[in-house]
Design a protein around this ligand. Structure first.
Ligand SMILES: *Cc1c(COP(=O)(O)O)cnc(C)c1O
Length: 289
C-alpha cells in the first residue's frame, strides 16, 4: 500500500506575493497516516514485520501527529501498539481527540512524568525499556531514525529534483528535512522552518547528512514548540481562505508564514521555482483558529 499511495501525490500551484509556488500535498496521502509520517513509518513497519515483531512501542506528546499515525498504521499492519505519552497528569483526564483516536485504533497509552519522558533517549532508559518490553519494536519520538530518513527521501520525485530551485519544509525532529536533503540535487537548496526555538536542530542535521545545500531557521517558530501568536493564527485563517489549503498551527502554518515573509522581503528572485512540502498534521489543527 505504501508504493501505490506515494505515486499519486497532488501538487497545487499558488501565487504568493507574485511568486509562484507548488505545494506538494502530502496531507492528502492518507486520511490517518498523514503527511510526512507516512514516509517516516514505511521502512520501520516493514523492518518490524521482517524481524518478526508483533508489537510496536513509540513516544509522543498529547497532540502528537506521530502517535496518531502510528496507532492507525499499527492496526492496519496487524501490530499491537503502545504509546508512551508525556505528562502523567493526563492519565486522570478525559483523552483529547488525538489520544482518543489513538486509543480507538487500539493503541495502549502509558502516561509518564515529564522527567521520565526526558530520559527517553538515554541508553540506561532504553536498556530498561528493552528489558520491560522485550518483544516490542521501538520507534523513537517523532518517528525519526535512519529508516525514517530513508523513507523521507521518497518524498521527492525525479521531477521534483529537476523542476525546483528551492524546497521548503517544516522541521520538528529533523528527520524529514534530512531525507529531503539526501534526495535533493546539489544545485537545489532546502530550507527548513523550525517549529522549535533554538539552533540545536541544525547541529543535529549536520550530523545526519554530509550535504550542505540546506538551512534551518527558527525565526518563525512564534516563541517555540506549539506556541502561537495572533499573527500566526490570523495568517493561517487568511491563507486557508485565499487558497483553500488547510494548515495547522504547529508546523505548516509557521512554514508558510515564514515563506510569505521571506517572499515579501524579496529574499528570492520572482522566477525562483519553489516547492513547498505540505507535511500534513491536520489531525492536530485547532478547530477555533
Ligand atoms: C511531525 C511533523 C513535522 C516534523 O517532522 P520531523 O521529521 O520531525 O522534522 C512536520 N510537519 C508535520 C505536519 C508533522 O506532523
Amino acid at each position: 500500500m505504501f508504493e501505490q499511495i506515494a505515486q499519486s501525490i497532488p501538487y497545487q500551484r499558488i501565487s504568493v506575493g507574485g511568486v509562484n509556488i507548488s505545494i506538494k500535498r502530502l496531507d492528502l496521502v492518507h486520511p490517518h497516516i498523514s503527511g510526512n509520517k507516512f514516509f517516516k513509518l514505511k521502512y520501520n513497519l516493514l523492518a518490524a514485520q521482517q524481524q518478526g515483531y508483533k508489537k510496536l512501542l513509540t513516544f509522543g506528546g498529547a497532540y502528537s501527529n506521530h502517535i496518531a499515525a502510528t496507532a492507525y498504521a499499527a492496526q492496519l499492519f496487524g501490530f499491537e501498539s503502545l504509546g508512551i505519552i508525556r505528562g502523567e497528569e493526563l492519565a486522570n483526564k478525559s483523552l483529547n481527540p488525538t489520544l482518543h483516536t489513538a486509543q480507538q485504533f487500539g493503541m495502549q497509552l502509558q502516561f509518564v512524568t515529564r522527567e521520565a519522558y526526558r530520559q527517553k533517549q538515554s541508553s540506561a532508559y532504553l536498556a530498561q525499556l528493552h528489558q520491560d518490553y522485550p518483544d516490542y519494536y521501538v520507534i523513537p519520538e517523532g518517528g525519526t531514525n535512519p529508516l525514517a530518513i530513508q523513507g523521507c527521501t521518497e518524498i521527492l520525485s525525479d521531477e521534483d529534483r529537476q523542476n525546483y530551485d528551492l524546497i521548503c519544509c517544516a522541521v520538528g525532529t529533523g528527520g524529514t528535512i534530512t531525507g529531503l536533503i539526501e534526495a535533493s540535487h546539489s544545485q537545489q537548496q532546502v530550507l527548513g522552518f523550525s517549529a522549535l526555538k533554538g539552533d540545536f536542530l541544525s547541529t543535529e542535521v549536520e550530523q545526519l547528512t554530509p550535504k550542505r545545500n540546506w538551512q534551518i531557521t527558527d525565526q518563525y517558530c512564534c516563541g517555540g514548540y506549539a506556541k502561537t501568536t495572533s499573527e500566526l493564527l490570523q495568517f493561517i485563517q487568511d491563507f486557508e481562505q485565499q487558497y483553500d489549503i488547510p494548515l495547522e498551527q504547529i508546523y505548516t502554518g509557521k512554514m508558510l508564514l515564514g515563506l510569505s515573509d521571506l517572499i515579501q522581503q524579496a529574499a528570492f528572485p520572482v522566477d525562483h521555482r519553489i516547492l513547498v512540502i505540505h507535511s500534513g498534521g491536520l489531525q492536530g489543527r485547532l478547530t477555533a483558529l
